[in-house]
Design a protein around this ligand. Structure first.
Ligand code: KG4
Ligand code: ZN
Length: 347
């Protein structure tokens, strides 16, 4: 099969071609950062309009890069949720319409299932079962993964998602959007131990997360150390960024360790935009190795939103005969645990 993947759930247009024989042939990600930067966050209407402009030109570009014609495509996978409804509608309608025009099956893909399966695109990939730590702009979840479509939510954030916490801390430090990579960059200049922020919800049992207390602690530190001028001194800002990043990383380590103990599994998959964070990867890898567990992630460009993960997740279902009907509906909210194993034909 040759599957076209279309991702438009937020502020990246991701298009990819995945071949069941040859693997990922080509993919392109067009980031809308420049469109939203001046607003300090994603403006949904602008996101939808930009996806409209980009999807079809990117399909042509990816086909050319893959050395195939669109006539060779045998299935189309598009993100149907969770995400921004207008943005999702663009990818879903274009994907569905192309599938109808080309007379090939289409499949609606769950965005987080895409993230969760992305590490399977790599040569060094985990076998089922594993625990997935999904950390993106909208989600922070620990999921027990027995197989494709067999997901049990073990814990999640009760307030902000990890990526959202990074983005809000970035705002406090007057850094650009999206904040995660900016906070990480600033943290490289920081000194360890100057700020020790709370490790939220690690003192009680359970696998849920909460980032509001940590955010407040960071906000208080910023205010306390702002003496002359609108912000603390540059070195203090870097120390705060590092203190925050370490607090998030250690919280994740503690929760992942618990999830491994609870399930008895030996592999953790880390996926979603925040999994691009190098310190988080390093800490998790090194700390969980002590427990005999291995951490897997996708390559850097497949951590944040992309079409490759959607093509791949879609193929898992298309090859089992599953397909989505002509209605092309999308969902802003869509719990991962509602998914079933591949095979059911959705009409
Ligand atoms: O998965 P993703 O691309 O989009 C969603 O589905 O939400 O994740 C985006 C999130 C943003 O909050 C962004 O700030 C965060 O991932 N992020 C990072 C890093 N790169 C992206 N957070 C921390 N460190 C990074 N290097
Ligand atoms: Zn995502």
């Amino acid at each position: 099969m040759l599957v076209l993947g279309i991702e438009t759930s937020c502020d990246e247009t991701g298009i990819a071609l995945y071949s069941s024989e040859k693997g990922l042939l080509a993919h392109r990600i067009y980031s809308q950062i420049a469109v939203h930067a001046e607003y300090g966050g994603v403006v949904p209407e602008l996101a939808s309009r930009d996806h409209v402009r980009k999807v079809l030109p990117l399909v042509d570009e990816v086909a050319q890069a893959a050395g195939v014609t669109t006539a060779e495509i045998t299935g189309i996978a598009y993100t149907a949720g969770p995400g921004l409804v207008g943005a999702l509608m663009v990818g879903a309608c274009i994907g569905r319409a192309l599938a109808w025009a080309w007379d090939v099956p289409a499949i609606a893909v769950h965005h987080m299932e895409g993230h969760l399966l992305a590490p399977l695109l790599e040569e060094d990939h985990p076998e089922f079962p594993f625990v997935a730590l999904l950390v993106s702009g909208g989600h922070t979840q620990l999921v027990k993964v027995e197989g494709i479509g067999k997901y049990e939510l073990l814990g999640e954030s009760l307030d902000d998602a990890a990526g959202e916490a990074f983005d809000k801390v970035a705002k406090m430090l007057d850094l650009d959007y999206p904040g995660g990579p900016e906070v990480a960059k600033l943290a490289l200049e920081g000194n360890e131990g100057v700020f020790k922020f709370p490790r939220p919800m690690t003192d009680r049992p359970g696998l849920d997360f909460s980032f509001s207390g940590l955010k407040t602690a960071v906000s208080n530190a910023v205010k306390q150390h702002t003496v002359d001028g609108p912000l603390p001194a540059p070195q203090t800002m870097a120390d705060i960024a590092l203190g925050f990043e370490i607090a998030v990383a250690e919280t994740m380590v503690i929760k992942c360790r618990r999830a491994l103990e609870q399930t008895g599994y030996k592999a953790i998959v880390m996926a979603g935009g925040v999994s691009a964070n190098k310190r988080l990867r390093a800490k998790l890898g090194e700390q969980l190795a002590k427990k005999g567990a291995k951490v897997y992630y996708p390559r850097h460009e497949l951590c944040t939103d992309n079409g490759a993960m959607i093509a791949f997740a879609g193929w898992q279902r298309l090859k089992a005969g599953e397909q989505t009907g002509l209605d092309c509906s999308v969902r802003a909210r869509w719990p991962l645990s509602e998914l079933s194993p591949p095979g059911a034909v959705v009409e």
